[in-house]
Design a protein around this ligand. Structure first.
Ligand code: PAF
Length: 290
């Protein structure tokens, strides 16, 4: 597509643009985001750029996926900066709808994620994944992408969306993109900006703890013991409060018994104004670490 990025706010305009450009066998890659872009998002765009003719990004802080008392208001926003970064990264069409455009009315229909939502963030954020699936389905229907790109930092979200696409025959392929980290190991997140100076200095302890857990996993230590070790390492070395640490099968997100293709060691840590998540996916074969 032409170099100049188009910014659109309405569904009608977006669909008109996509229809005009998606001729013949030109493919559309889609990067859904909530904005305040960082290198993690830009790595999604990079991959979408390499694999598709047209790259569409959405920026929408989706109220439906925030519960009461969560950080919907405090979620960082900077539309102008985001537009510059998106264009430089090679986005062709940036969709920035208003809440009114996305949710002009609500008929009360809910999409309920299955068992994968009963672990990890699904426990501490009830209804969160219902809201994610609602907006993701709307966005998939609006954009009609050939491929959609999701980061592995939100590994539970990704696993649930993969199941959703499979179970409902949604016509897009989900592409998993690895976590991008700061030099000191902290996973890039829009929410990192809400850490205080001290908390930012402490936060790399999260990945260090997960790596310790990964080593224990290699040595055959039990899931319960690994969870205990990771939690105590984080709480002893930071002011963060553990929301959870769990070692589960991935992508099933059930109790880890070594029969699944992979395992995930995931955690959520609550700081004063923000809650950070991180994970390590560990491949296994016949129950053995590979
Ligand atoms: O991962 C996110 O940023 C959001 O959950 C998503 C997928 C854009 C839906 O609002």
């Amino acid at each position: 597509m032409a170099n100049e990025m188009k910014i659109v706010q309405t569904i009608e305009e977006l669909q008109g643009l996509i229809d005009r450009n998606k001729r013949g066998d030109r493919t559309v890659g889609f990067v859904p985001t909530m904005g305040y872009l960082h290198e993690g998002h830009l790595s999604l765009v990079k991959q979408a750029r390499e694999q598709n003719d047209i790259v569409v990004m959405s920026i929408f802080v989706n109220p439906a996926q925030f519960g009461p008392g969560e950080d919907f208001e405090a979620y960082p926003r900077d539309a102008e900066r985001d537009a510059g970064l998106a264009e430089a990264a090679g986005v062709d069409i940036l969709f920035m709808p208003t809440p009114q455009e996305m949710y002009p009315e609500d008929g009360g229909i809910r999409i309920l994620p299955g068992p994968q939502s009963t672990a990890l963030c699904g426990v501490s954020r009830p209804g969160h994944f219902d809201g994610v699936l609602k907006v993701v389905l709307k966005l998939f229907n609006i954009v009609d992408p050939d491929r959609s790109y999701f980061g592995m930092k939100d590994a539970q979200q990704l696993a649930i969306i993969e199941t959703f696409v499979r179970d409902f025959n949604l016509r897009t392929s989900i592409v998993r993109v690895p976590i991008v980290r700061e030099q000191d190991g902290l996973a890039k997140s829009s929410r990192n900006v809400n850490l205080t100076g001290n908390e930012r200095a402490e936060a790399p302890i999260i990945q260090k703890a997960l790596k310790k857990g990964e080593k224990l996993f290699e040595q055959g230590v039990s899931a319960a013991e690994i969870e205990r070790e990771v939690a105590s390492y984080i709480t002893q070395n930071s002011s963060g409060i553990m929301d959870y640490v769990s070692l589960l099968s991935y992508p099933e997100l059930t109790k880890y018994d070594g029969t699944s293709g992979g395992a995930i060691l995931a955690c959520a840590v609550v700081f004063e104004k923000t809650r950070l998540i991180d994970n390590i996916i560990m491949s296994t074969k016949d129950g053995l670490y590979v």
